[in-house]
Design a protein around this ligand. Structure first.
Ligand SMILES: *[C@@H]1O[C@H](CO)[C@@H](O)[C@H](O)[C@H]1NC(C)=O
Ligand SMILES: *[C@@H]1O[C@H](CO)[C@@H](O)[C@H](O)[C@H]1NC(C)=O
Length: 204
């Protein structure tokens, strides 16, 4: 009985989160120019581990990104940051539900802390990306790569440590999917940052 009540409460929070996210991404859809769209598609498919997710989350920014590898990378970072932030808020809200048992709360809080670190690291990487230019370009990009890698490691640590046995299986599965999506977006952003850093470095 207790599990199903907490399951329902969590499902309600998750549902709200999902509706907010999907109404957000549904507001803009069709491309302005097909070359920009094509650029994003090809680069996602050539560069990232989760190309479909890359393409679907970035194509809506085609008119901003155009065919600029820096804007593609920084937009991917921004998308990853906002998604990580919303996952972090979701986890915090779920951990506060009064129906949860203490050991479940403890497990959730560990993970919440890691996702919170990931938010910070992605913020730092975006700041560094803003500074990247001129003679300090390589140094700045290497810092960006370090921050994004750290964020990805934190997401993965959270996923690895996520102990399904302490939670309602369905709820655990839903939360896991959220974190997994976050980690994939971050992995994609890292690939696009690496690509941008290496293409710039090889210019004369
Ligand atoms: C993607 O890869 C294909 C084949 O390897 C290549 O022809 C194309 O130029 C690449 N496109 C981008 C945007 O990197
Ligand atoms: C990140 O995204 C938000 C929301 O779309 C936007 O307001 C902000 O300007 C973006 N930041 C950068 C650095 O692209």
């Amino acid at each position: 009985m207790e599990t199903s009540v907490s399951g329902l409460a969590i499902a309600a929070v998750l549902f709200l989160q999902f509706s907010v996210n999907s109404s957000c991404s549904a507001t803009r859809s069709l491309p302005s120019r097909s070359t920009n769209i094509e650029y994003i598609k090809t680069t996602c498919y050539n560069t990232t581990l989760y190309p479909k997710l890359c393409y679907h989350t970035l194509a809506i920014y085609a008119s901003t990104i155009e065919t600029d590898p820096k804007l593609l990378a920084s937009t991917a970072l921004n998308v990853s940051l906002r998604n990580t932030y919303s996952t972090s808020r979701l986890m915090k809200r779920v951990s506060k539900l009064p129906v949860l048992e203490p050991r479940v709360v403890a497990a959730m809080l560990d993970c919440t802390e890691e996702v919170g670190d990931s938010v910070y690291e992605l913020q730092r990487s975006m700041e560094e990306m803003g500074h990247a230019g001129g003679s300090t370009f390589s140094k700045a990009m290497s810092d960006v790569e370090t921050w994004v890698s750290a964020a990805l490691t934190d997401d993965d640590t959270c996923l690895d440590g996520f102990t399904e046995e302490v939670m309602d299986k369905k709820v655990a599965a839903i939360i896991k999917r959220h974190i997994q999506r976050t980690a994939r977006l971050t992995s994609n952003a890292l690939a696009l940052v690496n690509r941008y850093a290496s293409t710039q470095a090889s210019l004369p």
